[in-house]
Design a protein around this ligand. Structure first.
Ligand code: UTP
Length: 299
């Protein structure tokens, strides 16, 4: 595996948020899946905070129909701020104002049809230009001491190559993922030699499933432009990664942290309970409720 110090700093991230969120209907009929809260913060804000923690300053949202709430969330809320200020609610005012940290910009672009993740990323190509960039899927919430993207940026800075996040997935669940094959090169690190989208369990090349964090070299756009519809008739990012790794080094990194699949009902509930338990305002009460009331009911 080769390393490199000759590469550009990561400044930009794409957040594809144009999917239909059909697994959450009717909740997602008129409002975005990415605005669903875990405790008191929408999923998309967790993802933006993760990008900020990794040094990213330019956030690019690929949006679609019924996603206006995302742009509103990251916009300045003059009336709300004025009201909170007037009524002396200083802490709440700080929360409202802190949604977008200083020095961070947000840009929105429409994916007119939800043709797949590969297509969504390609929609933002002209906003990226010739530099590496990150992609974060907000419905994968990753919780840990050091953010997953920050860990990946360290790998990217050392090896100078594209990085995909992976985690071990057991049993039949693997066929819901992009799955990699690769040669282990060190602790949690693999040199990719293949990647396949949603394989049958018997065809899965490993138990390492791709999760929603990526760092790409701009060469990925060349392969996204050449994509044909793949699994499920969608333009698959996975297929472009397969082309990229034939051209240049791509690594997979098994991040530290817990990932919640908040694109599924159970995953979102788990995230709410586990992050709720750590929440300074409600953690103790929630623990008491789970132990003393809920646990009794489950006996
Ligand atoms: P998913 O397939 O998990 O999201 O895509 P979905 O299509 O919204 O969900 P379901 O299956 O209908 O419930 C992963 C991510 O890629 C984005 C989604 O918004 C989600 O964040 N995406 C997917 C796009 O932006 N455009 C697409 O065409 C497809």
């Amino acid at each position: 595996m080769t390393s490199s110090t000759n590469h550009k700093i990561l400044r930009k991230a794409i957040f594809p948020v144009a999917g239909l969120g059909s697994r959450f209907l009717p909740a997602t009929k008129a409002s975005p899946k990415e605005m669903m809260p875990v405790v008191d913060k929408p999923l998309i804000q967790y993802a933006v905070e993760e990008a900020v923690s990794a040094g990213i300053t330019e956030m690019i949202f690929v949006t679609g129909r019924a996603k206006r709430a995302i742009a509103d969330h990251f916009d300045k809320a003059y009336e709300l701020e004025h009201q909170l200020e007037k009524s002396g609610k200083k802490e709440l005012l700080e929360i409202a104002q802190g949604v977008v940290p200083k020095g961070v910009s947000c840009t929105y672009i429409r994916q007119t049809e939800a043709l797949g993740l590969g297509h969504a990323v390609l929609t933002a190509a002209h906003l990226i230009g010739d530099e590496p960039f990150a992609v974060l899927l907000a419905d994968d919430l990753i919780h840990g001491e050091i953010s997953a993207l920050k860990q990946m940026v360290e790998q990217h800075n050392f090896y100078g190559s594209s990085v995909v996040a992976v985690q071990q997935v057991s049993g039949a669940a693997i066929s819901a993922y992009g799955v990699i094959s690769g040669v282990q090169q060190g602790d949690r690190l693999y040199l990719l030699d293949g990647i396949v989208e949603k394989p049958k369990v018997k065809d899965a090349p490993s138990d390492l499933g791709v999760t929603g964090r990526y760092i790409f070299s701009p060469q990925i756009f060349e392969h996204l432009r050449a994509l044909k519809p793949g699994a499920g008739g969608e333009y698959q990012l996975t297929d472009a990664i397969q082309m990229l790794l034939m051209q240049e080094q791509v690594i997979a990194y098994e991040f530290h942290g817990t990932r919640y699949d908040c694109g599924s009902k159970l995953g979102l509930l788990r995230a709410n309970i586990e992050l709720g338990l750590e929440h300074p305002e409600i953690g103790n009460e929630l623990r008491g409720f789970l132990k003393n009331e809920l646990f009794q009911k489950l006996q």
